[in-house]
Design a protein around this ligand. Structure first.
Ligand code: BGC
Length: 719
């Protein structure tokens, strides 16, 4: 018999789908902790009610239909009217609310990778809160984001979605802030894709072969940051994880990565849902809590059969349901009126002036200045100089990547309109660049030529190459830039890119900016930077290579061998991912740019480095230039050689406040236990390293300004 609960009355005026009675029980008492409330509610549930929480709709259409609450969002778990548990309405994606049925009703924010380039925890929070508000306004209580995977493969199709770039430490901190922002809006964040979803080629069959130390030191930290940030849910990925023996399993039924690494060793208390169609069995005992978007495996019949056959325990079912309920209480989903989660809210227009202004300022903050010869930038808006805007600056402007992370913008501020709106005295001329001859003729007539280039990537495939000429319809962009650079010495390039991209012409142009995947405010934001209303402060979160496959990946490493099923991708590079490979092999930059690089319109000096016994590292950053600006100061650590670590790993960063000329800021970065430790595969824990460390402070991984040594002695054992 179903346990007794108290109905406090049906509420008039709610639409059909929210005509659930508000139900109260002992779990409604907000003075009690979320853990206790979840336990109390669980106690009142029948076994059938518990099963119903573990999957999406069993029948009917899936994902953004127009006909019913169960398929209106990208994912859904049915409401429980007896107990007053609201529906769980999940929606893409990591760069804003994707509403294919009501395009243009949400803000197209800069992508995750783009926000990562701010290295600014406040910016990440603002981005998360801005997106979270729109999810709430659309009646969705789970945002399927942020994306956190470390960019192992430069050509990775989804790198643009992931906030970590090439670095686990950056991801650890940026994940936390963005999740706190999302969850501040009573919307549960979803850390995805757990784990090793580092390539799109063969993503639904590849076996990612990566050792435990590498997993914990490189690929897990952003997700562990998410846990520290209080994330309510994880999404397990499409790939398999394991090794060449039979010891591998799908990500969503992998007891090592789900049960041991995530839930036990990383202490994750929330729940794991499968990626869409990523469930392959009733894998509740292996650590999966919820099947999405349907109910093929985690349904009542199969769960019941498992329990009666002794392969599934009721305790495991309780644990999964508790894990789902806990964030619903913690984040506040359970305490909102049921009308908050009404699918009729989907038709509302949630974008507004404030979110658009925030998208603009975030895009400007995430625009990196890679080169600025003779301080050609910023341009003066009123000096009468003539400007030619060439290339992808009008309708074809690149703003976001493809796949489930796509958001149709409510409007698009094109670069051309942004620049035209910034210039007072002279007309801005435009050529779309398709005909190089006419573009060159125009470039010759003007003082400045600004060339907009870009390419795209998306879910489901990796890029064909790192060339700008692949991935978008505009196929001769490199030739265009080179020709314009020859025609006009004051050529400025703005590159909108979804990750590592080759810039073979970088030495020939006067200035380069990249705004990554800037979102709907692309044009206004880039104009803010070009004309100096915003002084750039972003830094690269990935390496811009000098050439294709500079990390010398073999096919066995990526995309994996053999080309048929099963495919194994060997992570034989171990810890040498991204810039760590460049550091270890001392690769010099010719046409490329290093991790952490990004210039400003002013100059910063670093001084007075001190390191305390407790790893408290203090130094000063001074603006020695002529305009106000912010600097992202970076700390790279070199371990004692015996540790077997890559040289120069990011272990601290801080974006200063806006420093006026000659102003200084004292920056303190304190390393904690795990920062000077390595993952020990015997104890399955971080173990501190002893010996001499080198601490390097700088403006990028290759622009180190201060250095010091720190000795970490072995602890004395008193017998
Ligand atoms: C993607 C997820 C997304 C889901 C729902 C999958 O193909 O990998 O990131 O959230 O679809 O659209």
């Amino acid at each position: 018999m179903a346990p007794r609960v108290r109905l406090v009355g049906a509420v008039a005026g709610l639409s059909a789908c929210t005509s659930l009675a508000l139900v109260s029980g002992p779990w409604s008492d907000r003075r009690v902790s979320p853990e206790q409330r979840a336990a109390l509610l669980l106690k009142n549930m029948t076994l059938e009610e518990k099963f119903a929480m573990l999957h999406g709709p069993a029948t009917g259409p899936c994902c953004q239909c127009k006909t019913s609450a169960s398929c209106a969002y990208v994912g859904n778990v049915a409401a429980n009217s007896r107990l007053g548990i609201p529906p769980i309405n999940m929606n893409d994606g990591p760069q804003g609310f994707r509403d294919d049925n009501n395009p243009g009703t949400t803000t197209a924010w800069p992508s995750g990778m783009t926000i990562g380039a701010t290295w600014d925890l406040d910016a990440a929070y603002e981005w998360g809160a801005g997106m979270g508000r729109e999810f709430y306004e659309k009646g969705s209580n789970i945002q399927l984001g942020p994306g956190l995977n470390v960019a192992r493969v430069p050509r990775g199709g989804r790198n643009f979605e992931y906030i970590s770039g090439e670095d686990p430490y950056l991801g650890y901190w940026m994940a936390q802030s963005s999740i706190k922002g999302i969850q501040s809006q009573k919307v549960i964040a979803n850390a995805k894709h757990w784990v090793q979803n580092n390539q799109e080629t063969n993503r639904d069959r590849v076996i990612e072969e990566v050792d435990e130390r590498t997993r914990f030191e490189i690929y897990y930290p952003p997700f562990r940051g998410a846990i520290v940030g209080g994330v309510g849910s994880f999404m397990c990925s499409y790939n398999k994880i394991g090794n060449h023996t039979s010891d591998y399993a799908w990500s969503c039924e992998n007891p090592v990565t789900l049960k041991r690494d995530l839930k036990t060793l990383s202490n994750f208390k929330g729940f794991v849902m499968s990626d869409w169609g990523g469930t392959h069995s009733t894998s509740i005992m292996q650590g999966l809590d919820m099947e999405m978007p349907s109910a093929d495996f985690m349904n009542e019949d199969r769960l019941k059969a498992g329990i009666s056959g002794g392969t599934i325990t009721e305790a495991a079912v309780d644990d999964s349901v508790f894990r789902i309920l806990l964030p619903m209480f913690e984040v506040g989903v359970m305490d909102e009126p049921l009308s908050a989660w009404d699918w009729n809210k989907l038709s509302s227009n949630t974008t507004n002036d404030a979110s658009s202004a925030s998208a603009r300022s975030l895009s400007a903050k995430s625009t990196a200045l890679l080169k600025n010869d003779n301080a050609i930038l910023p341009l003066m808006s009123g000096d009468g100089s003539s400007i030619a805007v060439i290339g992808l600056a009008d309708g074809g402007a690149v703003t976001h990547g493809g796949g489930s992370g796509t958001v149709v913008p409510s409007f698009l501020a094109t670069p051309l309109s942004g620049i035209r709106g910034s210039v007072e005295k002279k007309e801005v001329l435009f050529d779309d660049g398709k005909n190089i001859t006419t573009a060159v003729a125009l470039a010759k007539q003007v003082d400045y030529a600004i060339v907009f280039v870009g390419t795209l990537s998306g879910e489901g495939s990796d890029r064909d190459s790192l060339s700008l000429d692949d991935g978008y319809w505009f196929k001769n962009q490199n030739a265009l830039v080179s020709a314009i650079a020859k025609a006009n010495p004051k050529t400025i390039v703005v590159a909108s890119i979804p990750g590592a991209t080759l810039m073979p012409w970088s030495k020939d142009v006067a200035a380069i900016l990249t705004n990554f995947m800037p979102g709907q405010q692309a044009g206004n934001a880039i104009a803010d930077v070009l004309f100096g209303r915003v002084n750039p402060s972003a830094k690269l979160t990935f390496t811009i290579p000098n050439r294709e496959n500079e990390q010398n990946f073999t096919t066995a490493q990526w995309p994996g061998l053999p080309s048929k099923n099963p495919v194994y991708a060997e992570y034989s590079e171990g810890l040498l991912v991204g810039y760590r490979y460049y550091e270890a092999h001392n690769i010099q930059f010719d046409t490329g740019f290093p991790f952490g690089h990004g210039l400003s319109y002013t100059k910063f000096e670093y001084s007075n480095l001190t390191i305390g016994a407790d790893w408290q590292t203090t130094f000063q950053v001074t603006n020695v230039g002529k305009v106000a600006g912010s600097e992202v100061a970076q700390l790279y650590l070199t371990f004692p050689a015996s540790a077997g670590e890559p040289p120069n790993q990011l272990k601290g960063f801080r974006k200063t406040g806006l420093l006026q000329p000659s102003m200084s800021e004292t920056v303190t970065l304190t390393l904690v236990h795990d920062d000077y430790s390595i993952w020990d595969v015997t104890s399955h824990a971080y173990k501190p390293v002893t010996g001499t460390f080198h601490v390097k402070i700088g403006s990028s991984s290759r622009d180190i300004r201060l250095q010091a040594q720190k000795n970490e002695a072995e602890e004395e054992i008193v017998v």
